[in-house]
Design a binder for this molecule. Sequence first.
Ligand code: ATP
Ligand code: MG
Length: 252
Amino acid sequence: MGRIIACSNHKGGVGKTTSVVNIGAGLSRLKKTVLLVDLDPQANLTQSFGVNNPEFTIYEALKGEHELVPIHIDKNLDIIASTLDLSGAEMELSSEAGREYIFTELLEPLINKYDYIIIDCPPSLGLLTINALTVADELFIPLQPHYLAIKGLTKIIEVKDKVKKRLNKKLEITGVFVTQYDKRKILHRDVVDTINTYFQDKVFNTKIRDNIALAEAPSTGTDIFRYDPKCFGAEDYMDLCREIIKRHENGR
Ligand SMILES: Nc1ncnc2c1ncn2[C@@H]1O[C@H](COP(=O)(O)OP(=O)(O)OP(=O)(O)O)[C@@H](O)[C@H]1O
Ligand SMILES: [Mg+2]
């Protein structure tokens, strides 16, 4: 049975999509089968893999027009694509019965086909994110090491607690990690200390350093391992993938 991970933080630009792309690519290189789902109307995950004008999208599937159709990207790596159309989904689906479970129902036939299913959420806590949290076993929260970034975390924790209570008892925060980290900055080190104190063993040891190659790779439609396998970004995301697998092997 595949592990379903939602990658969410309602704060924008914290590295959600970059992380989903490169954790997915990293896990697939470590011989895990991976499905990445673009649940964001910005479609950045889809674009990061160079997929333009996809034939089947998550929006049409959510509207009941067809089932989820994975697009093959690389060995062991598929994605479910998104387009800007998805921006209408929150409104259109808001009056549907069981609206929080629409994505759960769609994902069901695919769950056993992959070792990992990772969902890239939009920077909001609306119906799309709730749909992701309703199907997920685990919640990963990437964050930038800024003071205001930790302040905002109370909101996502509140939403996670409500989803866990009312919609999905199995949901747990299992991975908090820092992106765009610069160890020379005292603020960054201080924020990491605060996160460690609060989230303790939920925090990954790996920190994703600030690395321009991670920002460049999407323009070539590839992940960091194909774009520049020797850069810090590739090193950090591979370390993070090894940590993810190790935690799962240890039953955490
Ligand atoms: N470790 C890093 N080093 C340098 N640049 C990074 C790093 N991680 C992400 N970026 C860049 O920061 C920007 C925001 O990253 P990303 O799109 O992954 O964030 P996001 O949380 O998905 O944003 P949104 O909330 O809009 O969906 C992008 O331009 C990305 O290329
Ligand atoms: Mg994003």
